[in-house]
Design a protein around this ligand. Structure first.
Ligand SMILES: C[S@@+](CC[C@H](N)C(=O)[O-])C[C@H]1O[C@@H](n2cnc3c(N)ncnc32)[C@H](O)[C@@H]1O
Length: 367
């Protein structure tokens, strides 16, 4: 019985894809959908879906029709290509935007329904069910970390996840951190008396940059949760630095405590954690109105989710902008050229394969 249903679904799905690729009129496609063809179908040979086919034939009406009927906006074929990528390759902005907006709507809706168990495959960008040290905070915080220099000569901090060595922080990101500090502090009205809060020390790249500002921050709070990172900080003299206060634990342990809030708010806040997903970042966004000092204060975060695919990165970037707006922050984006140099960084760039980093700079909106 189950085999019969699978066979029928395969037959209808193949027929749907074929008719779309053959440019059959929209009414014909509508009729096939009404007859029960599975709009989520992906063929076995290439993994392409009806939405891939509609993007390939550049038929925006069909793209809309399929999405209205439940097509999966982020389905990737066997080569990891989505319908949005196909639209981009044709430079078809209209179709790309329709698919991207469907992604934003779908992920926002899933965000609203966050309490339900994450069983839906379309949640792949913003939530994770990864139980290894790269996807689970508990697993990460109880794993051993290794600080070393890799074969490309970059400083790295590694953790073992699922039998693989995964980078917690990589030296190549220093350009991003430098540009971030420049945007956060360079022309800050309070630059001679800054109070800075950084979440996640890692290699200490951004904290080192804060400390090398022409005027060292008056107060520099670092919240760091991992015992090995705290040891590394101790070994490298961070506990003895003037003006530096290290809070040992997770940001979630301190974010609403007098210990953090009594300092009267921060001029600059940055966050870049590891093994947390977008819902954690969103929870941090919600705390910003309590943590920022005033209308001149600035916020940034490591914008790295979905950075292996232009469509996913775009959807994630816009969702974070919407969520920041909902807590009263306006975001200005700038681009940092991080075109991968595979000879220089090799596989250490796999999690960020896009050539451009979108750097967020948030400020409280003036009412
Ligand atoms: C990617 S690294 C940060 C790199 C840093 N921006 C730099 O410039 O080197 C992430 C850091 O966040 C820490 N971390 C992870 N989860 C955390 C949490 N919930 N609270 C505080 N720190 C956390 C990790 O132990 C790690 O040191």
């Amino acid at each position: 019985m189950e085999t019969d249903i699978n066979l029928a679904a395969t037959h209808l799905g193949e027929d749907l894809i074929e008719k779309i690729l053959n440019h059959e009129p929209t009414e014909v496609i509508s009729a096939i959908l009404e007859s029960g063809a599975p709009v989520w179908y992906q063929n076995e040979t290439e993994g392409i879906s009806p939405l891939h086919a509609a993007a390939f034939t550049q038929n925006v009406d069909l793209v809309n029709l399929l999405l209205e009927n439940g097509a999966v906006w982020n389905a990737a074929d066997h080569r990891k290509i989505t319908a949005g990528d196909i639209a981009l390759s044709f430079n078809n902005c209209e179709i790309y935007t329709v698919i991207r907006n469907a992604g934003i709507r779908s992920e926002l809706l899933l965000g609203l329904l966050e309490k339900r168990p994450p069983t839906d495959s379309t949640t792949l960008i913003l939530r994770t069910s990864d139980e290894t040290a790269s996807g689970s905070s508990d697993a990460f915080l109880s794993s051993n970390l290794k600080y070393t220099t890799d074969e490309h000569g970059q400083n790295i901090c590694m953790v073992e996840a699922d039998g693989d060595q995964v980078g917690v922080m990589m030296g190549w990101e220093e350009d991003i951190m430098r540009e971030t500090v420049e945007k956060l502090c360079g022309d800050h009205p309070n630059v001679s008396n800054l109070k800075v809060l950084n979440i996640g020390f890692g290699l200490g790249l951004i904290d080192g940059l804060f400390q090398r500002l022409p005027k060292v921050p008056t107060e520099h709070v670092i919240i760091e949760a991992h015992p090995d990172v705290l040891n590394f900080m101790r070994d490298n003299g961070w506990y003895e630095r003037d003006g530096v206060r290290i809070m040992e634990g997770r940001w979630q342990d301190f974010v609403d405590t007098p210990e953090l809030l009594n300092s009267g708010g921060f001029d600059v806040i940055y966050t870049d954690t590891f093994s947390e997903d977008y819902s954690d970042l969103k929870r941090f966004f919600e705390q910003l109105p309590n943590l920022l000092a005033d209308g001149d204060s600035r916020f940034s975060f490591f914008n790295g989710l979905g950075a292996t695919n232009a469509l996913f990165y775009d959807v994630y970037t816009r969702i974070s902008e919407l969520h920041l707006a909902s807590v009263g922050l306006e975001v200005e984006w700038s681009d940092v050229d991080v075109a991968p140099d595979y000879d220089r960084w090799g596989r250490s760039r796999e999690y960020f394969s896009l050539p451009i980093y979108r750097l967020p700079l948030g400020r409280m909106k003036l009412i």
